[in-house]
Design a protein around this ligand. Structure first.
Ligand SMILES: Cc1cc2nc3c(=O)[nH]c(=O)nc-3n(C[C@H](O)[C@H](O)[C@H](O)COP(=O)(O)O)c2cc1C
Length: 361
């Protein structure tokens, strides 16, 4: 059960709670574009930890997010960034085929939509340090040693996502204070350090979690397909110190997602999700919608690299959101979407822990 980590699930959870300032070992997952302060504050006020998925946010937006959170809660939160990929290799012919294909699913896509520009990573990092959250998390790689030193100097914890044991070891060596073991069940983008290996390195949480716990000394947070008390208990028994949940919170009113998204989640069974690069160019788990299935068909053009594909799909995604059309919307969802309930985030936290408790006694 890992070096130096308590054997009892309760002791591990208590040690983790004391370290991060939570009362319950339940973390909201950072979810880019679905991170309203209202949801984070509700989770933190219920005893868990809030989260901001900041990859697409400007420094000013990050500052306002933290201000709004702090107006609503004095609990802990994490801010999350994606470690940037190298610049994409563009292929004009492929982008033209993509634009033609996407034009059948939404508005005409002008060529310049592929020139998607991401917010400046260094400026985001500076803004996050200045905001001083309890934790900063990473996905798709590790932070530079200079940035890790800045976090440590401010007593900010680093929670590093890993999808394999070697990634977990690399993150611990780079100074991570805890590893988020992201199983392949997880909704949203996969955290594989090497984007090209996202589809081949698919490890379920049941196998990934205990092996990660054996490989590292720092606490391990379990993520992916956890959305009810049984799964919370199972993760803690397998060695986790806490759980991190995304999809399970999406139907809470505080998440403010479009009604078509929330309704579709309620009908999504484990086999109704699939991995796709069709929205962003990076692999992520989505509901199996009409667009996602069509994009995976043999005659569809391959996706452009990240973030070009994200730019190319923008008009379709915006129109889908405007018209509440689930078939074209970006519906990230994990394999336990079926358990996401339409009740307040506080009730979700409360029930997750209440239902896990009897299994842990
Ligand atoms: C809508 C959505 C957006 C996400 N965005 C991010 C993100 O920006 N950064 C990140 O580290 N993980 C992101 N994730 C992955 C979550 O952090 C987490 O690994 C996942 O939600 C856990 O699986 P679950 O959805 O089955 O609970 C996202 C997940 C969802 C559902």
């Amino acid at each position: 059960m890992g070096k130096g980590r308590p054997r009892s699930p309760f002791s591990r959870a208590e040690e983790f709670n004391a370290k991060v300032g939570t009362h319950l070992p339940i973390l909201l997952a950072p979810m880019a574009s679905v991170s309203p302060p209202s949801l984070s504050a509700a989770v933190a006020n219920a005893g868990g930890m809030g989260a901001c998925g900041a990859v697409l946010m400007t420094p000013e937006e990050i500052r306002s997010w933290a201000e709004e959170f702090r107006r609503l809660s004095d609990g802990p939160f994490q801010i999350n960034l994606w470690i940037p990929d190298p610049s994409p290799v563009r292929d004009a012919r492929l982008e033209e085929r993509q634009r033609e294909f996407l034009g059948r699913w939404g508005p005409v896509v002008p060529a310049e939509m592929g020139d998607a520009v991401l917010p400046n990573f260094e400026a985001q990092c500076e803004a996050i340090l200045a905001v001083k959250p309890r934790a900063i998390s990473s996905i798709m790689g590790v932070y530079s040693s200079a940035f890790v030193a800045e976090m440590k100097a401010r007593d900010i914890l680093w929670l590093a996502t890993a999808t394999t044991v070697p990634e977990a070891r690399a993150a611990e060596e780079a100074g991570a204070d805890a590893i988020i073991a992201q199983g392949m069940e997880a909704g949203g983008h996969r955290g594989a350090f090497d984007a090209a290996k996202a589809e081949t390195g698919m490890i379920g949480l049941m196998a990934l979690l205990p092996q990660t716990c054996d490989a590292v000394s720092v606490p391990v947070i379990a993520a992916g397909g956890i959305a009810d008390g049984r799964a919370v208990a199972a993760a803690l028994v397998l060695g986790a110190s806490a759980v991190q949940i995304g999809t399970g919170f999406l139907r809470a009113p505080e998440a403010k997602i479009p009604s078509a998204y929330a309704d579709r989640l309620a009908r999504t069974e484990a086999h109704d999700t699939m991995l796709t690069r069709a929205f962003s160019g990076r692999a992520g788990r989505s509901v199996r919608t009409g667009y996602v299935e069509a994009a995976a068909s043999a005659d569809a053009p391959p996706p452009a690299p990240y973030p070009v594909q994200r730019g190319l799909t923008r008009l379709m995604r915006e129109e889908a959101a405007r018209t509440n059309d689930a078939e074209r919307m970006q519906l990230w969802a994990g394999q336990a979407a079926r358990f996401a309930e339409a009740k307040s985030a506080a009730a979700i936290v409360h029930d997750l822990w209440g239902d896990a408790f009897p299994y842990l006694r």
